[in-house]
Design a protein around this ligand. Structure first.
Ligand code: SAM
Length: 224
């Protein structure tokens, strides 16, 4: 049903290329250094992940509505979380909060083996269709991501794209040794980006990084 629209939007891919370059310059100035992340943002058509009415704003460095009361994250935020993941080709990455599918596309573009969970059924279906149409093949699930996705664990990296009240224990347990969990933790107004690295079977290192503002992570181990 929406694939016709996607085909039309794909035709506009080149039209937006210079806007994408400006966005990449902005993100670089804000401190993103990983060339692979910047390249993925330069080459991924963000306008395809938003409604046609918002297409002209797709390359502003801002979050935009995607329906079901949710947002596609600000490009700088996507870049910052992706940089913290230290993605290598072939890494197995779990994303909590598929939303529009844009972050999944960035990770697939970087050669990761991507798993992603979304709690809104309508968003899950829409993201699935767009990602398929663009040729990306992440494994997607409709459900509560606060519990992770144990069937495919362990993961080299886990990224939570919604704000959590506490670090969900299940996610830590689904990390590979050497793997990292990137999760914004705080109240519903502001969250601190937190990176947890599993250094051995039962040892973890935790770092508190910059502050961000995300929509809430809702579920059994999130907000009610
Ligand atoms: N990564 C998304 C993107 O690229 O568009 C960002 C989406 S938005 C900032 C966060 C998403 O997390 C929303 O779609 C929301 O429905 C989802 N979410 C919140 N709690 C969740 C949970 N427990 N499990 C899975 N998804 C959840």
């Amino acid at each position: 049903m929406i694939s016709g629209q996607i085909v039309n939007k794909k035709a506009t891919h080149r039209k937006f290329s210079s806007r994408r370059k400006k966005l990449v310059d902005q993100i670089r100035k804000k401190g993103i250094k990983d060339q692979r992340v910047l390249k993925a943002i330069q080459e991924t058509p963000r306008h395809i992940f938003v409604d046609t009415a918002l297409e002209n704003r797709a390359y502003e460095d801002s979050a935009l509505p995607i329906g079901s009361g949710q947002t596609i994250s600000q490009p700088y935020t996507v870049a910052a979380q992706t940089e913290l993941l230290e993605v290598e080709k072939g890494d197995k990455i779990l994303e909590i909060g598929t939303g529009s599918g844009y972050q999944s596309a960035i990770l697939c573009h970087m050669g990761a083996d991507v798993y992603s969970v979304e709690r809104h059924e309508a968003l899950y279906h829409k993201a699935r269709e767009i990602l398929q149409e663009l040729g990306y093949r992440p494994r997607l699930k409709y459900g509560d991501g606060t519990l992770g996705w144990s069937a495919y664990s362990p993961y080299d990296g886990i990224v939570v794209t919604a704000g959590a009240p506490v670090v969900p224990e299940e996610l830590i347990q689904q990390l590979n040794i050497g793997g990292v969990l990137i999760v914004p933790v705080g109240d519903q107004e502001v969250q601190t980006m937190t990176r947890i690295r599993r250094v051995s079977e039962d040892e973890y290192e935790e770092e508190q990084l910059k502050q961000f503002k995300f929509v809430p992570l809702i579920g059994e181990k999130g907000w009610e």
